[in-house]
Design a protein around this ligand. Structure first.
Ligand SMILES: *Cc1c(COP(=O)(O)O)cnc(C)c1O
Length: 356
């Protein structure tokens, strides 16, 4: 039985991505070599990386003056690389979940951090809206999609200081106004590629303002100058990313992706709200993520959690157990998740409701 993969990350990739990457691993474009075996400086790989970069620019409509970098170390390394390169005397952060708070922790190593608002006390069940971004901060850091808690900032905000966004789990889920951001980063393993690749979209002119010495590998300027070739980039993950990007383009780009994502999220939330067994853990409807849908058993049916999980597993649902810090369930419905799989989950929820 083909499984419906609701894993949060690493997570579902399009069949197009998996098949083409598998082919390239066996034999790259009839070269007699595997993509895993060729030099990252070969003309074949240079073309792959350039095509991937071009598709980033095209799909996200990235303006002039920005660089697209393919790095390693995950979003987690960006938590410290951002302050290393941008922190002068003070930074501002919005605390919307575990990943945001990890970024804050790294920021504090560099000096004063102003956490402008936090929904921690409420278990991160909403996105704080009532706050002021200090005009004297070097940057303002947000996490656009809170993968663990299922909340999402869905609009590109205006910030009076350079805006930095961790978009690990919602990049490519909707069209973006990149010009509103100074820096966007994320691990690729949620909506783009297998683990091992970190993407960074950076406005070149925000760099060069700090006095500290920056280790070469942690200095964005190294990777801008060397076009992500300072050291060996994650060749296979970039190759896979290229296929995901081609698939996005073929499917009609990010407007089409966004429409499909809104539809999938709408039918699933509708079922959670309708079904007497389940409740959403996101209190503000407008904050509900269209990528990670978190829900728990209704208080009257708390004892049915394990039973639902095994019922759903038997019916081919994979990866729906909630994060250990939230409990309940989480259906990650990234771009590559077909509507039919979301429908299969809904059918499972309805079948379980009839049984209980
Ligand atoms: C998964 C995730 C991370 C961590 O990414 P790594 O690549 O494992 O470091 C950070 N932020 C968000 C929003 C995530 O979803």
């Amino acid at each position: 039985m083909k499984k419906h993969n609701f894993a949060a990350g690493p997570s579902i990739l399009s069949p197009y991505t998996v098949e083409h990457t598998a082919k390239g691993i066996l034999d790259l474009d009839n070269s007699g070599l595997s993509i895993m075996e060729i030099s990252h400086r070969s003309k074949e790989f240079m073309a792959i990386m350039e095509d991937a970069r071009q598709l980033f620019v095209e799909l996200l409509d990235i303006p002039e003056g920005y660089s697209v970098l393919f790095l390693q170390g995950g979003a987690s390394l960006q938590f410290c690389m951002v302050p290393y390169n941008l922190f002068k005397h003070k930074a501002a952060y919005l605390d919307t979940g575990s990943w945001a708070s990890k970024a804050i922790k790294e920021g504090k190593i560099f000096g004063e951090v102003d956490v402008v608002a936090s929904s921690k006390e409420a278990g991160y069940t909403f996105i704080p809206k009532d706050y002021t971004i200090p005009g004297d901060a070097d940057y303002f850091h947000i996490t656009t999609n809170n993968t663990i808690y299922g909340t999402e900032i869905k609009d590109d905000m205006d910030a009076p200081v350079p805006l930095v966004a961790d978009m690990s789990s919602d990049i490519f889920s909707r069209p973006l106004d990149v010009s509103k951001y100074a820096l966007i980063y994320g691990g690729a393993q949620k909506n783009l590629a297998p683990a091992g690749l970190t993407f960074v979209i950076i406005k070149n002119d925000i760099l060069g303002g700090v006095d500290r010495a920056i280790p070469t590998m942690l200095d964005y300027r190294t990777h801008i100058d060397q076009e992500s070739m300072f050291n060996t980039p994650p060749v296979v993950a970039i190759y896979a990313a290229l296929h995901t990007l081609r698939w996005y383009k073929e499917k009609g780009g990010l407007n089409a992706m966004h429409r499909l994502n809104l539809e999938k999220a709408a039918i699933l939330y509708e079922e959670i709200d309708r079904n007497r067994l389940f409740v959403s853990n996101v209190t503000n409807e407008e904050d509900r993520s269209i990528m990670n849908v978190t829900f728990i058993m209704h208080a009257d049916y708390k004892d049915k959690e394990a039973e639902f999980l095994s019922f759903a597993t038997e019916r081919g649902m994979s990866g729906i157990k909630g994060h250990r810090s939230v409990g309940g369930f989480r259906a990650s419905i990234y771009n590559a998740m077909p509507r039919s799989s979301v429908q299969a989950l809904i059918d499972t929820m309805q079948a379980f409701e009839k049984k209980v």
